[in-house]
Design a protein around this ligand. Structure first.
Ligand code: FE2
Length: 139
């Protein structure tokens, strides 16, 4: 991933707001990320400059194709990492979310690829995984 952690947070938030509501306003992004509107405006200018979105004063913001792809990739990665921790037995949604938010930007492509294939394998072989989880609970 070429972007810095906070840019990734913005791209993920904007992408998922657009999926949920069809649009993302500065105030929505600020709410989602718990930051003030001034910080959002500053970052939006950077993301616009990077060609990830287009900001028009009266029409709000729109993702470019590249921005859409990046936001989608980041959201899929977030979701896969959540599944990984759920499979490990973490069942508090808030705890899972916080854990993923804490590590997702530090998971490089190679580590992510391995976690992703493990999650796929677990989902294709639930008995195998159940056996491992039960065995490790008794250690
Ligand atoms: Fe995330």
């Amino acid at each position: 991933m070429v972007t810095t952690p906070s840019k990734e947070d913005y791209m993920e938030a904007i992408w998922s707001l657009i999926q949920d509501k069809g649009y993302a306003r500065t105030v929505d992004v600020a709410d989602r990320l718990g930051v003030n509107s001034a910080s959002v405006s500053k970052m939006i200018q950077r993301l616009d400059g990077d060609g990830l979105l287009v900001y028009e004063r009266y029409r709000g913001l729109n993702l470019t194709d590249e921005g859409y792809k990046l936001g989608q990739q980041l959201s899929i990665r977030h979701h896969t990492l959540e599944k990984f921790f759920q499979h490990l037995g973490m069942n508090q949604p808030d705890e899972v979310y916080e854990t993923v938010e804490g590590i997702e930007h530090y998971v490089n492509a190679n580590v992510y690829r391995r976690i992703d294939s493990l999650v796929n394998y677990i989902e294709q072989h639930p008995d195998w995984w159940q056996h491992f989880i039960l065995a490790s609970d008794h250690e």
